[in-house]
Design a protein around this ligand. Structure first.
Ligand code: WTA
Length: 640
């Protein structure tokens, strides 16, 4: 596959001198150290954590299996909390939270620590959860979710956070795949003014998820909810009845810390496994150097903890650094398009990390909205989740950062655990649209299909040396892990296309596989297709991505109906709703096209490439291998 390097990203923008002079990283020393001896460099980063027992060797690498900081022992929660309690940070605010409805909560490191210990005691002593057991967390973005994450880490239980927008069906699959013993949830989530009854969704999921023995419910309303005795427990009561001191489990560096499900190219999501020592090393280091975190910052990452960005840069990374984190349970456009700027003004937020899809939506509602707010507290901006187009970059830089805040465009993935490619804010010039360089300690290349390195130009992005926060596997499916990431090249295959320019900056173009990136969410086309064919009215389905000015990509589904089913006025709506209920509203197709047939090769393989070209109004590629070439004309008409 050839990726055209059609990007001309030559406008270099220098970070402001005032920023650079105070930046955590002001020179190339880290790059030099890492280039000189990569393992010594990582060892130095690992030494920034508190270990119960030092490691014997830094890396044991037998592709694709890595062990970092071999035989070292530590606990993630004590590194995030306990070690700050003997410093000036004991009474420093750890979390400031606000909800869409204006509910507020503030927790100092000391208060957060107590709650985490209490929940940890309840989980281990009352419920008998042990090291290595899995606990699923299905909660909205509240401090209680962060408390739950850290309580699991404290007792050595493996957390699997499932984004609270997923359906009962998706939750059930994830509970069964991880064989979770316990689930922690909330009675309701609030989204754009309406309440979603999470407990009901959990009850439905549990009808066919038999590994779960206990449910802990954080009740934020007084509404009566279904309560199963001997199974359901109240979160606040659990905390209140438990001791505030707890002896943490000393974990092996390679013990799993969490599983996080993400979409791949098959119908089944992958449970990506991250381990303790390496993950925490990179989370702490990357947060410090990329976000330039200082003690007096108020740092806001808008991602939900249900995604990897929320794991690494809303919970672990900032807390490891003793930062104050702002959490907001709400969307950028409700109750009005100025809500994010209002929050930045009210709380004097200094670092703001969000997704290009949000920036493009802000752009659409116009710069007059952020102009009404005082955004002068901001000093650094970040972007993540999908490529940011230069136009959106410039808008963000000008209207939010007032041309004084550097932007870090951070490329990484659920599998990489933390940021891999970006500019360092006080060191590098920025190129709108280009992520930048691999972080010190990280090696990346663009490769040709045959694995040869492209020194300048477009290719397939690969990380060419192991790094501490790399995924260690797919839960229950090591073969798939080897196959997806480690069989194409000698080195890690990211699944993204990128262009490397003469200054060694990487511009990531997007996925080269059957994974879509809709508003920064990874969605497998196969997942959507298999949910559509589950609908009794559908015989076959093919799903492709089309360009979308706000969401980056949108889903378009081509559907063949079963014999005897005829098109009706609300069929499109019905099918969209079917996908939303099967997977999640985030996977809902934008358009559904009912077609009598799909383009197929003589062996019956659907040629999605042609559908994608037709949907994006591009010239069609070669149709000669089709068994039914005439169908493309028909499909083109249907699209119009
Ligand atoms: C895309 C999110 C361009 C990419 C942290 C990757 C990006 C996928 C960027 C991972 C960026 C993420 N520029 N593309 N700065 N950041 N991506 O696992 O396609 O939800 O493979 O992790 O998002 O998505 P995931």
């Amino acid at each position: 596959m050839k990726i055209e390097s059609h990007y001309e990203l030559s406008d270099l923008i220098k970070p402001e001198e005032t920023f650079c002079k105070k930046a955590n990283i002001q020179n190339n020393d880290l790059y030099e150290k890492a280039n000189h001896n990569r393992l010594d460099f990582w060892e130095e980063q690992a030494n920034q954590l508190n270990w119960d027992q030092p490691w014997d060797s830094v890396l044991d690498w037998k592709k694709p299996n890595a062990k970092w900081f071999v035989n070292g022992k530590l606990n993630a929660a004590t590194n995030c909390l306990d070690r700050h309690l003997t410093t000036h940070r004991k009474h420093k605010t750890a979390i400031i939270w606000e909800s869409e409805t204006g509910q507020k909560q503030t927790l100092t490191y000391d208060q957060l620590h107590k709650k985490v210990c209490q929940l940890a005691n309840y989980l281990s002593q009352t419920l008998g959860i042990k090291k290595g057991d899995r606990i699923t967390l299905y909660m909205p973005l509240t401090p209680e979710l962060a408390i739950s994450v850290l309580a699991c880490a404290r007792i050595g239980a493996i957390h699997s956070v499932v984004f609270a927008g997923f359906s009962a069906n998706s939750l059930q699959d994830r509970l069964n795949d991880s064989e979770s013993k316990c689930i922690i949830t909330t009675d309701i989530a609030v989204r754009r003014g309406s309440e979603i009854n999470l407990k009901e969704i959990v009850d439905e999921a549990l009808e066919k998820a038999t590994s779960v023995k206990d449910v802990i419910i954080h009740k934020r309303t007084n509404k009566t909810i279904n309560w199963v005795s001997n199974r359901d427990h109240n979160f606040d009561e659990a905390i209140n009845q438990s001791s505030t001191t707890h002896k943490p489990e000393s974990m092996d560096s390679e013990d799993p810390l969490f599983i996080l499900y993400t979409s791949g190219t098959t119908g089944k999501p992958k449970g990506i496994i991250h381990t303790t020592g390496g993950y925490l090393t990179h989370a702490q280091y990357s947060t410090k150097v990329v976000f330039d975190i200082k003690d007096d910052d108020l740092y806001w990452c808008t991602a939900d903890i249900g995604w990897i960005t929320g794991h690494t840069y809303l919970v672990y990374g900032p807390l490891l650094n003793g930062a104050t984190v702002f959490m907001y349970e709400g969307t950028p456009d409700y109750p009005n398009a100025g809500i994010f700027w209002d929050l930045i003004e009210r709380y004097s937020i200094s670092i703001f990390y969000t997704a290009p899809t949000a920036i493009r939506a802000f752009m659409k509602s116009g710069e007059s909205i952020p102009k009404q707010y005082n955004l002068s507290s901001l000093r650094l901006l970040g972007s993540v989740g999908e490529p940011i187009n230069p136009e959106a970059w410039n808008w963000y830089y000008t209207h939010i950062g007032q041309k004084k805040c550097p932007i870090v465009d951070t490329w990484w993935q659920t599998e990489t655990g933390g940021i891999m490619i970006t500019t360092l804010p006080g060191l590098h010039d920025m190129k709108p649209g280009s992520a930048g360089k691999p972080l010190p300690g990280i090696q990346a290349q663009c490769l040709q299909d045959d694995g040869t390195t492209i020194h300048s130009g477009g290719g397939l992005l690969s990380l060419t040396e192991p790094w501490p926060s790399m995924a260690r596997g797919i839960w229950g499916d090591q073969e798939r892990f080897n196959e997806v990431y480690w069989s194409k090249f000698e080195t890690y295959f990211a699944g993204d296309g990128a262009v490397k320019d003469k200054d060694d900056y990487f511009t990531v173009i997007g996925r080269v596989d059957d994974v879509l990136n809709v508003a920064g969410h990874r969605i497998g086309t196969m997942e959507v297709e298999s949910s559509l064919v589950d609908c009794p009215k559908v015989a076959e389905a093919a799903v492709v991505g089309i360009e979308d000015t706000i969401k980056g990509q949108a889903i378009i589904a081509f559907v063949i109906l079963k014999e005897g089913i005829s098109e009706s006025a609300n069929l499109e709506q019905e099918l969209k709703q079917f996908v939303a209920t099967k997977i999640s509203p985030i996977a809902k197709p934008k358009t559904i096209i009912i077609t009598p047939d799909l383009p197929k090769t003589r062996s019956g393989k659907i040629m999605r490439r042609l559908l994608k070209q037709a949907a994006n109004n591009e010239t069609l590629g070669d149709t000669t291998s089709l068994a039914n070439p005439q169908i493309m004309e028909k499909i083109k008409q249907l699209i119009k």
